[in-house]
Design a protein around this ligand. Sequence first.
Ligand code: AMP
Ligand code: MG
Length: 435
Amino acid sequence: MTHAETLAGVVSSLADFDPHALPVALARDAIERFITPIDSLELVPLRRALDRVLARDVISPIDVPAHDNAAMDGWAVRYADLDADSPKAFEQIGTALAGKPFAGRVTTNQTVRIMTGAVMPAGCDTVVIQELVATDGQRIIIPPRQKSDQHPGQHPDQQQGQHRRLRGEDLSAGKPALSAGRLLGPTELGLLASLGIAEIPVQRRLRVAFFSTGDELRSIGEPLDPGCVYDSNRFTLIGMLTRLGVELIDLGVVPDSPQALEAAVRDASRQADAIVSSGGVSVGEADYTRDIMNRLGEVAFWTIAMRPGRPMAFGRIGQASYFGLPGNPVAVMITFLFFVRDALIRQSGATPRPVLPVPVRSTMAIRKKAGRTEYQRAIAQIGDDGVLQARLTGSQGSGVLRSMSEANCLLVLRHDQGDIASGDRVDAMLFDGLI
Ligand code: AMP
Ligand code: MG
């Protein structure tokens, strides 16, 4: 498969924009155009297909359900036999259970006891639920079509075809059941099982290499020398990448040296479909990173009009897509969410579903500068009036993971938006299923 577009082409289309303040939406769009989906199929058993990307359309081999069947427990009848406005006696000629159909044919004034899921007996078109049916000891008394004045409130109108599920109403034979590119969730596993499909063609998992850069970083287990911090970014990345269902290639911590960085990037590009690094793209460090990246591949260095976030590198090294995220721990998570996540889903061969913002009422005034997108950590909850409201969690510093951990959502303050007054509606992105 050919690459979607060259980076130079994508970047030149952004030429009208200030490279020191690239709007989030444009950067996302540029990344989307540049990403090339893998196409490398493997067959997996259905029970191992969760979170995989369907590689081929699935055409339904059968009708689901395979027969008209009862949606409720009751009595199967011919609607035409029901009296217009008086209860009427019917003769029971058999029983239909789920998996045990009634073999005969129903004719005038006959009825069959039927259970949910049982095949509709031949001749019957309607099920009357058991709660409405009486017996005189021998015969079955079925209520009339219309609610009768003699028995007010005892039964609703009976409709022809009621409580009957039609053959093929879920999926019909020969029609597409699922399209290639669908991310398989629990519903899709159930749907494929309902078709009797045992093996599924899926894309192989995307291989994603990741590393952290910085002389100050120590790995867990190492002593924390003065001025050093533990490398936390690799662990948020491990978490977020694992949630995406990709294969992880952990390349550890890379010191701030051109040789070490070059070796790590070469190594990553040989093994991986995508490379994610954190740190080393801020103004002070970008120069030598830029030299190396552009010797090994094609990489753009952007300053995104966003907070937290801002510096970010994006491009391709060899065949691998490359995402150079900022170093600050919250900035890593936010740039991953808004730039890397959808890109990796797309590169895996799936179509990312948009994460829908939820409108919430801010319970506090928030300072916001127009001309950049701001992501504020917040706690959303239902207010006394039943309306969703949100308040910010502690410090919004881009290094403060604690306030990220306390939050259950991000307030997404749009590019053009200015200060927020208490009581204003803002967009929130709930973490559920995202982080
Ligand atoms: P940088 O983008 O490399 O200039 O890093 C910005 C800030 O994030 C610095 O305070 C770094 O110490 C910190 N930082 C960078 N990488 C990591 C990491 N992997 N884990 C924790 N903090 C980091
Ligand atoms: Mg650094």
